[in-house]
Write a protein that binds this ligand. Structure first.
Ligand SMILES: [Zn+2]
Length: 115
């Protein structure tokens, strides 16, 4: 798991800290002390900032160009949504197009890719 991933606490939505304990990595909520082992983390909802084309109203998934490449405005927790909101506002203002924040919460596992 990438060290830059962040997760918000399922109980209180505070950003969780990644700590090492007995050679295992766990996420701990600094607020309510909830702990999650890394393999307890599932993506059960996805948030996306969608752009709305001013000409025809069509929606699209957006990406923000950073010096390191494209960052899709797509994420799986509310803390990350909050960190992306400013980028979405910047894009909306720059393109003069409305954007919507949406949440998809119905998960269907379709396939598993194995090494
Ligand atoms: Zn918490």
């Amino acid at each position: 798991m990438a060290g830059t991933e962040t997760y918000s606490c399922p109980e209180c939505t505070t950003l969780m800290s990644l700590v090492s304990r007995e050679r295992r990595l766990i996420y701990v909520c600094p607020q309510c002390k909830v702990e999650l082992a890394c393999n307890d983390i599932r993506v059960d909802e996805v948030f996306a900032f969608l752009s709305i084309d001013p000409k025809d109203g069509n929606e699209g998934i957006t990406g923000y160009r950073t010096p390191d490449g494209w960052l899709p405005l797509l994420c799986a927790d509310k803390a990350r949504v909050d960190s992306m909101r400013g980028l979405a506002q910047e894009m909306s203002t720059a393109t003069n197009a409305r954007m919507k924040l949406v949440r998809f919460s119905l998960r269907e596992d379709l396939e598993e890719i194995v090494p």
